[in-house]
Write a protein that binds this ligand. Sequence first.
Ligand SMILES: Cc1cc2nc3c(=O)[nH]c(=O)nc-3n(C[C@H](O)[C@H](O)[C@H](O)COP(=O)(O)OP(=O)(O)OC[C@H]3O[C@@H](n4cnc5c(N)ncnc54)[C@H](O)[C@@H]3O)c2cc1C
Ligand code: SF4
Ligand code: SF4
Ligand code: SF4
Length: 402
Amino acid sequence: MDRDNISKFDHCYGCGVCVAVCPVNIIDFKENEMGFYSPYIESPEKCINCGLCLKICAFNHAQIATEDEVDIRAFAAYSKNELIRQRCSSGGIGFEIGKLMIERGYKACGVRYNPTLRRAEHFIAETTDEFRPSVGSKYIPSFSSEAFSEINRKEKNLVTGTPCQIDSFRRMIQHFKVEDKFVLMDFFCHGVPSLLLWNKYLSEIESKIGEATFVSWRNKTTGWQDSWSMCADIDAESLDWHNSYNLKIRGKKHLYQSRMSEGDLFYKFFLGNYCLNECCYKDCKYKMCISAADIRIGDLWGKTYSNENNGTSAVVAFTPIGLEIISHLAKSTCSVQEIPVVTATEGQMKAPANEPWVKDSILKSLKTDKTLSSIAMKWCRIYQTSIIPKRAFNKFRRIIKK
Ligand SMILES: Cc1cc2nc3c(=O)[nH]c(=O)nc-3n(C[C@H](O)[C@H](O)[C@H](O)COP(=O)(O)OP(=O)(O)OC[C@H]3O[C@@H](n4cnc5c(N)ncnc54)[C@H](O)[C@@H]3O)c2cc1C
Ligand code: SF4
Ligand code: SF4
Ligand code: SF4
C-alpha cells in the first residue's frame, strides 16, 4: 500500500519541520545510523493521512517555496561593534539581524551549541542576551524539531537555519497563511557533516583536555593567519580562502585549538566532503542565490576580499523585508556597501559537493573504535591518490583557459 506520509523517504534533508506540523504528533526526530537527524513515524496506525508533512517538506518538491522572479541585491557588510565582529564567524551580520528583530518585538530562533548533549540545537530567544549563543557557525547538523515545534505562529518570529530547513519552514508558514509574521534567514551552505565525525573527534580531544564546556568553530582570538602549507586537501581554486577554520574547545582541564591549515582532522573530513549528508551531494537545490529566505548571509570569500582579515559578511536580500532590514542596519549598527551579486557569490560553491567513492567506507569506519587519524591515513589517502590524474587534468584545463 502507498504510504502518504514522510515515511516513504529513505533519506531526506532532516530539517525537522514535519515534526512541528503533524497534527497528531506522531513524528519523532532522532539521529540515524549515519549520524544525521531523521524523522520517524512512531505509530503509523495513528496517521490520519492529512498529507501536511508531505506538503511542507522541501525534500518532496523539485522547486523551492518561492518560485517568483525576485530582485536580488547583494551587500558586503560587517558589524561596527568590534566585539560582535570578533565573536562571529564572518562580519557578525547574523547576530545584528537577530538583535534588530528582537528590538522590533520579534522572537529569534537560532542555533546554539549544547555541550552537555554534545549537539547543536535550535532555540528561541526573546532578548538580545538570550540570542548571544547563536553567534558563530556550528558546522554540524542542528537538532531543530523541538524549537520549531515551540514557535508560536501567531507571534512575530525571525527564524534562521540551513537553506533546506528554511525552504520547508517557508512552506509551513505559507500553508498556515502567517508569512507576514515571519522573517527567514539562511546562509550559503557547504553541507553538514555526520555526527559520527563530530562525536569521534570530540571524544579524542576530550580524552586530552577533559569534558568540553565550550566550542567555537571559527575562532578569531588568535587571528586568521595565512599559511596553508599543511593542508593537502585544498586545491588551487580555494586559495582565496581566509585561514579562518580555527576550532577552539574549552575543556574542564585544558584549552584546545586546531586549524584546518595545520591539518585539523574535523575540517579535513568536513571540508574535504568525506562524510556529508547524502542530500548535500545529491539533492541540494540551494547553491548560489537559490533560496526561500528573505535574507541570506555568508562569508565574503573570493579575490576581491581576500586581504580582509577581520571578517566581512556577504548578505543577499531576496524580498522587500530583507532589503528593508539591510537598509536599516546600514543607517545604524553596521557598515554596509552594495556590491554586484557576482562578487558576493564569487567564492561560493556553484554546485553540490562531489560524493567521494570512499564516503560509505569512511562512515562505516567512523562507527568503529579506529582513530580519526588512522581513518584519514587509510581512506583519505586512497581517495586522494585516485583523483590525482583528475586534478592534474583540471589544472591543465585551467591553465589553457587562462
Ligand atoms: C553547516 C554550515 C555550512 C556553511 N557553509 C557556508 C558556505 O559554504 N559559504 C559561506 O559563505 N558560508 C557558509 N556558512 C555560513 C558561515 O559560516 C557564517 O555563518 C556566515 O558567514 C555568517 O556569519 P556571521 O558572522 O554573520 O554570523 P554568525 O554569528 O556566524 O551567524 C551564524 C548564524 O547561523 C546559524 N547557525 C549556526 N550554526 C548552524 C547550524 N548548524 N544549522 C543551522 N543554522 C546555524 C545561527 O543561528 C546564526 O544565526 C555555513 C554555516 C553552517 C552552519
Ligand atoms: S520535512 Fe524535513 S525532516 Fe521532514 S521529511 Fe521533509 S526534509 Fe525530512
Ligand atoms: S500525513 Fe498528517 S498525520 Fe500522517 S504523519 Fe503526515 S502530518 Fe502526521
Ligand atoms: S548543503 Fe543543501 S541539503 Fe545540505 S544542509 Fe546545506 S542546504 Fe541542506
